[in-house]
Ligand binder design. Structure first.
Ligand SMILES: NC(=O)c1ccc[n+]([C@@H]2O[C@H](COP(=O)([O-])OP(=O)(O)OC[C@H]3O[C@@H](n4cnc5c(N)ncnc54)[C@H](O)[C@@H]3O)[C@@H](O)[C@H]2O)c1
Length: 357
């Protein structure tokens, strides 16, 4: 299924990222966000997204969809066939907003929630009319560039809704991965939470600084993760005997004191100051907007490089990137005027040239 009109509820970091991806795919979007600054913030994100897409498509972008700011949720979702909710991560607010979306949206519209970790079953209880059309569509920042979206259904979600949501996300160049069982934080944020928790311990205990930790990731295993993930990398690390040897060699380490695992460092002002202070030292010379540009350029470069691998077929996110860029290129080449008008336009200069003779 493709989208004819989308609605975005919430236009912060993630909502604006969805708006950018949708508009750059030529889809009209209606947005509701009560923040008086929302329009300026969405505009900033759009600027960054257009800049990144111009790098991907130097010959021109598809005709952009139309963005309208609605005064209410009801106005935003009217006539929408796809609605993505991206309001702050509070269950009471998700309930209020989803109930309102459900009341006013067309009955067959799919509703996706960007939540980072709330189970869809816990959210859809607030939807009295059509809870069966709610899915979690958990994206990663920046939504307009990173293709992954985790799709999770709740107890009341119809399997057909998951299938339609999968098609919708794929139609805007994403890689939907349907999560088989509903758990808090799904898969991506479960992994990130473990790494984040361990990172906080390492800084708090003075083992390394935030910069050293980032270097350890980006000069080392981060490069491997971006193209092979966890298990394919470890299969190769097992040598010729592959995964079985890898597990035999490193399996017992799981019992060694290599990790703090479930212990959580006390979250207090001291920890915030320590981390934020070191982060200022590491990156204070760049504004957030400058860092976003650096991040976006690097992401496009990585995906482009991966798109040339595997005998030109592309590898991992690069294979999808190759298809996406091709599809957007075709969309951009589509004539914006009717065939008859295009023909008339094409004939004009010939006539003028004939007169001159
Ligand atoms: N930031 C991330 O990296 C990230 C990644 C994936 C998912 N998420 C999830 O996306 C959602 C949004 O997070 P964010 O980082 O964009 O937050 P954010 O604070 O940047 O944006 C939230 C936006 O929602 C708006 N809002 C508040 N109440 C509203 C209402 N009643 N109706 C409509 N809009 C309302 C706010 O004005 C704000 O612009 C959360 O559920 C979060 O867990 C965040």
């Amino acid at each position: 299924m493709t989208i004819s009109k989308a609605a975005a509820i919430g236009g912060g970091v993630i909502g604006a990222g969805w708006v950018a991806r949708l508009l750059l795919n030529g889809i009209d979007v209606s947005i509701f966000d009560p923040d008086p600054e929302a329009s300026r913030k969405v505009d900033e994100v759009m600027k960054g997204a257009r800049r990144a897409y111009r790098r991907m498509l130097p010959d021109g972008l598809p005709k952009q969809g139309r963005l309208t700011f609605a005064k209410t949720i009801a106005e935003a979702v009217a006539d929408a066939d796809f609605i993505q909710e991206s309001v702050p991560e509070r269950l009471d607010l998700k309930h209020k907003v989803l109930a309102e979306i459900d009341t006013h949206a067309p009955a067959n519209a799919i509703v996706g929630s960007s939540t980072s970790g709330i189970k869809p079953s816990d959210m859809q209880v607030a939807m009295k009319k059509h809870p069966e059309r709610l899915v979690v569509g958990h994206p990663f920042n920046p939504v307009y560039l990173l293709p992954l979206v985790e799709v999770v259904g709740g107890a009341q979600t119809f399997p057909e809704a998951i299938e339609v949501a999968r098609e919708i996300y794929a139609s805007i160049g994403m890689k939907p991965v349907v999560i088989r069982k509903e758990i808090e934080a799904f898969v991506g944020d479960r992994l990130l939470e473990a790494a984040w928790r361990e990172s906080l311990w390492l800084i708090k205990d003075g083992i390394c600084t935030v910069e050293e930790l980032d270097d350890i990731m980006r000069y080392g295993f981060g490069l491997r993760w971006a193209q092979m993930g966890m298990f394919q990398v470890y299969r190769v690390a097992g040598g010729e005997a592959g995964m079985r040897h890898f597990m035999a060699q490193f399996g017992p380490c799981l019992k060694w004191p290599w990790t703090k695992l479930m212990d959580v460092p006390e979250f207090n002002d001291e920890l915030v100051e320590l981390i934020a202070g070191q982060s200022d030292e590491q990156s204070g010379q760049w504004s957030i907007r400058e860092l976003e540009k650096i991040r976006d350029d690097n992401l496009v470069a990585i995906m482009e490089a991966l798109s040339k691998q595997n005998k030109g077929k592309g590898w991992g996110a690069g294979a999808l990137h190759k298809d996406y860029v091709k599809r957007l290129g075709k969309l951009a080449a589509k004539p914006a005027v009717s065939k008859a008008a295009a023909k008339a336009k094409a004939n004009k200069p010939k006539k003028a040239a004939a007169k001159k003779k």
